[in-house]
Every structure is written in C-alpha cells, then in structure tokens.
Design a protein around this ligand. Structure first.
Ligand code: NDP
Ligand code: PYC
Length: 345
C-alpha cells in the first residue's frame, strides 16, 4: 500500500458561500457584534475560506469569539470618518474592527481617488485579524490601484536585533488587468504568517528552516517553540525587516494607531486581535497613464508568462475560488460542528 493512502483526510462538508456567510454572521451576532460588523467580518472570513486562504478563514473564528468575550475589542463600535483633505480620509475605528472602518470610508475614499488621482485612508484604533487582500482586491475590480499595510503584534525579531519587536505586518497590492482577474499579492513581512505557525503546531508539522527562533533565540523548526516564548524572523533578512519597519511607520505612526509593541492585552485573557492601525493608498491610473494602464499590466503579465513564469501571486487563490464556487467550500466536519456550536451563542 503506498504510504500516502495511509493518510486519513478529514471528513468535509461543502457549503455555498452564502450559507457559510450566514453561519459566520450568526456567530458574530451571537457574540456581541452589531449587524453591519457581523456581516462585514462574516463576508471577509468566508471569502478567505472560499479562496483557500486558510490561515485567515474559519480557523480564526474561535479567536474572534474569545477576543469579543474578553472585552478587548468592541463589536458594536461605530467608526468615525473624517474628511480631512482633498486626498486624505481619516477613520477612528473606536476600538472596533478595521474592515467596518474601511467600509464606512470607502465611498468617500474612491470619490477622492477619482477626483485627485490618489487618496489615502488612515485607520487608527482598529483591530485587523484577517487577510489583507480582501481590502485591496475590490478597488482593482473597479479599475483602481490599491496598496495597504497593517501592523499586528510583537512576534518578529528585526534583522540584527536580539528580541521580537515588529508584527507580522503584511503588505497587499492590487492592480487591474485588461482581461481576467486583477493582479494581487498579499504577504506577511515575516518569513511566515503567525496563523500558519499555529496551523503547523496544530497538525504537529515541522516548519522549513530559517523561519523562527526558540525562547533562547536559537533557530528552530518547531512551531510550538516559536509560539511558546520564541519568535519569527522577517522574510529576506534585512530587506524584509526594512519593509516591516515601513509597515510599522505607515500603519501605526502615520495613522495614530499603536505600534505592534505598544498595546498590552495581558489583562484581557482570550484577546487575540492586534489593536493597531491600517493605511490604504488608492490611485486612479487614468490620471497618470490615460486609459491604457490595464492593457500595460496585461502586457507585463504576458511577458512574465513568456519568460517561463507558471504562477502569478493571487492565481492559486483565484483558482481555488473557482473550484469553491463549483463544488462548494470544503469545511472539515469537526470544524463545522464547532462553528455551529458557536452560532448558538
Ligand atoms: P504566502 O507566503 O502564502 O503568499 C504571499 C503571496 O505570494 C500571495 O499573494 C501568494 O499568492 C503569493 N505566492 C505564494 N507562493 C507563490 C509562488 N510559488 N509563486 C508566486 N506567488 C506565490 O502568504 P503569507 O504567509 O505571507 O500571508 C498569509 C496571509 O496572512 C495574508 O493574507 C496576510 O494578509 C495575512 N496576514 C495578516 C496579518 C494581519 O495582521 N491581519 C498579519 C500577517 C499576515 P496566492 O494567495 O495566490 O497563493
Ligand atoms: O497570521 O500573522 C498573522 C496574523 C496576525 C494578525 C492576524 N493574522
């Protein structure tokens, strides 16, 4: 018998996107979110699961629930949107989640980007516990270029330093393409996302070398050693470290949010969501490149494929989205049972 046939795959159920959104929305409502927040987070998390972005899909729901129960985040917060300048919007998320803050400011942000050619959205006092691509991809779907950064919680040792300081600090970018899906990448500036370390620890898997250190600062491939007093490293040595520093500056210093090292959740057991800030920059390419930006980006992609490229960032996710839309979103039976229990409140 080949060894692979000994691996027992978890039993799955297949849900449609609306069914998964509804289940997650019920959970968020049952655990203290107001209606718009519950809908927004449910759509975000279900979309991640649909796209196979498992580190920020339903795996995150127990963390959302324990955080809400701890009183660390306000699921009923109403973001305050301020129109501060012709190309600048500011939002105080009021200790709520970042996604409803973006939703509240979105229309104003887009109208400013179309009028001025560029617009900046600075969100502060916000919690981001999700993938970042859902925040930028929709702008590219309407012909705009978008870049976003968010900082998280101290768990990354800056290159050349002795102890963790930075968050895993992702950067997401989206640009329209004349045909097909927008070009999108979304990457943690740590060598691996914290969520993937937790998933590896849960499965008892080892990590590749060069990703993290244990509590003594020694290199380790054991995810538990990273989670229990250890830390992650930036990707790409000093280069990823510089990008992570940039994210701290843009997402926290510029917005008025906390640096990843500045908040203390120790008096809120169960709190998991980083209380930081987020920056978005939205550009209308027609103001610079006329109407042909999307053709130019398509040409770049065409040349990349001609040069032998097999996989563009975002392509795996978009392919998984197609599969999920046809066959349904696979959720392990045990996870589904847990979600249904959480929906009872
Ligand atoms: P990955 O390393 O898995 O992927 C990073 C990017 O590279 C994706 O756009 C991915 O596309 C692309 N990619 C991966 N492999 C290849 C390849 N072989 N060839 C070409 N492109 C490739 O993501 P990370 O682990 O860095 O981050 C995972 C998620 O964690 C992100 O969504 C991020 O936003 C989130 N995160 C959130 C944080 C927060 O504070 N909210 C903090 C840190 C991370 P594809 O998606 O198609 O695979
Ligand atoms: O996966 O690194 C991560 C992360 C941090 C906050 C939300 N996700």
């Amino acid at each position: 018998m080949p060894e692979s046939s000994l691996v027992v795959e978890p039993r799955c159920e297949y849900l449609t996107l609306p069914a998964l959104v509804q289940l997650l929305e019920t959970i968020f409502l049952a655990h203290g979110c107001r209606a718009e927040v519950a809908r927004c987070l449910a759509e975000n998390c279900a979309g991640a699961e649909r796209d196979g972005a498992h580190s920020h899909g339903v795996f995150r729901i127990p963390g959302y629930v324990s955080t809400l129960a701890s009183g660390w985040v306000d699921g009923r917060a109403v973001p305050l949107v301020e129109d501060v300048a012709p190309a600048f919007v500011r939002v105080d998320a009021a200790n709520g989640f970042a996604q409803p803050a973006l939703a509240a400011a979105r229309e104003l942000l887009v109208s400013k980007a179309r009028a001025a050619g560029i617009a900046v959205l600075a969100i502060r006092n916000s919690h981001h516990f999700a993938a970042l691509w859902p925040d930028v991809e929709p702008f590219a779907e309407e012909g705009l270029v978008a870049l976003s950064v968010v900082n998280s919680m101290t768990c990354v040792v800056p290159h050349g330093a002795d102890r963790p300081l930075f968050g895993t600090n992702p950067i997401a970018f989206a640009a329209p393409q004349a045909q097909g899906q927008p070009i999108v990448f979304d990457l943690a500036t740590s060598a691996i996302a914290h969520g993937d370390v937790q998933i590896a620890a849960g499965k008892g898997e080892r990590l590749p070398p060069g990703i993290g250190v244990d509590s003594l600062g020694q290199p380790t491939q054991d995810p538990k050693a990273i989670l229990e007093g250890g830390a992650l490293l930036p990707f790409g040595g000093h280069k990823g470290s510089a990008l992570s520093m940039m994210v701290e500056l843009l997402a926290a210093a510029l917005t008025g949010g906390h640096f990843s090292f500045e908040f203390d959740w120790s008096s809120h057991p169960g709190a998991k969501t980083p209380w930081t800030g987020q920056l978005l920059i939205v550009i209308d390419p027609s103001k610079a490149a006329g109407q042909n930006f999307a053709e130019r980006s398509q040409e770049l992609v065409r040349q990349m494929h001609a040069a032998g490229l097999k996989r563009l960032p975002g392509a795996r996710r978009h392919q998984q989205r197609e599969r999920s839309l046809h066959q349904g979103i696979a959720i392990a039976a045990e996870a589904l049972q847990q979600l249904r229990a959480l929906a009872q409140g």
